[in-house]
Ligand binder design. Structure first.
Ligand SMILES: [Zn+2]
Length: 128
């Protein structure tokens, strides 16, 4: 799913860059024809080019801002602890997990295993 999103935003970025380059080309050729004395035509394409640059750069800017905002969801872990021997286990959070939930028997002393805590860790974070 993530790969598809990246592919889409890359296509949009490529399109934005294309519009930007094309608009810059229009502005450049308008300036050249201004020098050649063709004022009406030049002013028209200069205006179109500048609008194109403004639109393309603003959409690229918005896209970049959105891309920076999209962060992977934090990883959630569940800490399971035995009330008998204190054996501690950390595993990935599963739907239905809650603190003090009875998980089952301890692998070491056959005591009761309960969820001690649930915590989230952002990607790349070392954690405690
Ligand atoms: Zn135990």
């Amino acid at each position: 799913m993530e790969g598809r999103v990246n592919w889409y935003s890359q296509l949009m970025a490529a399109f934005g860059i294309f519009v930007l380059v094309y608009s810059a080309y229009m502005v450049l050729s308008a300036l050249l024809s201004l020098q050649g004395g063709r004022n009406d035509e030049a002013q028209y394409s200069l205006m179109i080019g500048l609008i194109g640059i403004a639109l393309a750069s603003s959409s690229l800017f918005l896209m970049r801002k959105r891309a920076l905002q999209v962060k992977p969801p934090p990883e959630v872990f569940t800490v399971v602890r035995c009330s008998g021997c204190g054996f501690r286990l950390v595993r990935r959070f599963q739907v239905g997990d809650y603190v003090n939930a009875d998980i089952g028997q301890c692998q070491q002393c056959n005591g009761r295993m309960t969820i001690a805590s649930i915590y989230a860790e952002s990607e790349g974070g070392a954690g405690a």
